[in-house]
Design a protein. Sequence first.
Length: 44
Amino acid sequence: MKEKGEKILWIDCLKAIAILAVLLDHTFMVLYDNPNVQTATFFR
């Protein structure tokens, strides 16, 4: 069992991917205009 305060690596990696997806979604029509890219980030 994990000690209190220890990080779980795979959860941190998923959080980072989700944060990047939100950032990518917020830049729609600024950095890109392809709706397929926005569709790929719907998991956020």
